[in-house]
Structure formats: structure tokens, C-alpha cells
Design a protein. Sequence first.
Length: 173
Amino acid sequence: MPRKLQLERHHQPAELKERYRSTSEPVEARRWHLIWLVSTSYTLTDAAAAVGLNYDYAREVVKSYNAKSAAGLRNRRSDRRPNCCRSMLTLEQQGQLKERLKKPPEDGGLWNGPKVARVIAEMTGRKKVWPQRGWDDLKRVDYSHQVPRPQHVKGDPEAQQAFKKNSQSAKHS
């Protein structure tokens, strides 16, 4: 017969239920729910099935709770750095990049990921910065190159003006 899983009494069942119901983070709420059910005489197998967790994972949650109490149930994924902080540039350097993007690049053309990556490499002193990083920083500083609409090679500007003058919207104005 397998050994029965013991749950440390860090909290009373009523407090576990309150934490389960008051937690807004879904992963943590499910973990609190599991612990509450186990504390109210559910077997781990039944509690895991009721909450919708794999038995092995549920066992790890209980072990973590036994070892660290409430800290063992925290969802640590939210501890990672947010996307806005993943730039290779400091906020000051991002401001410099924004100013530099107001001028055309040295080789002419338009700003793109590889060109910005070279600028980032210069600013940070790195040998290589991948083009995707340049594109990410273009988006981070809200850069949008504005290009006039292309004109057809065979387009006749005089015929277009005549059409505009004779169109219905011009008559109703």
C-alpha cells in the first residue's frame, strides 16, 4: 500500500479556501484549490482530478507547499522581466536611437531591422547584433517610416486631375 501524503498545517482549511477564492492569478488559484481540497480529507488523486491537474504535478505542488508554505504556491512565471525591458539599449540610448531614426540612414534607403541592428552594435560596442533585435527596437520606439503611395509608371497626372474635376464628389461640393 502506498504511503499516504501528509499535508503540513501551515494554514487552516477555512483560510486555504479563502485564499483559493480570493486569488486572481489562475495558476495560483488552482494550486490553492488543490491544497484546500487535500486539507479537507480528499485524496490527492481525487483532488487532482477535481482541479484538473496531473497527479505527479499535484504531488509536486503539495511538496512545495509543505516545504515553503504560501511561497511554494506562487506562480513564478510573472517574475520574469517584461518584454519592454529586454532591449539591449538603456532608456537614454533608446532616446538617442529615436533621434537618429529621424535622419535617413548613411547608405540611403529606409530604416529596417539590419540597419538598426548595426546602429545598436555601434552604441553598445558589440560585434554583432541580430537583425531581429533591430526590428524589435524599431517597434519599441514606435518607428513607422512614412512612404508616399507608389504611382503607376503609365499614370497620366493630367488625366487624373481631369477625372478629379469631373467626379461626382467635386460636383456635390
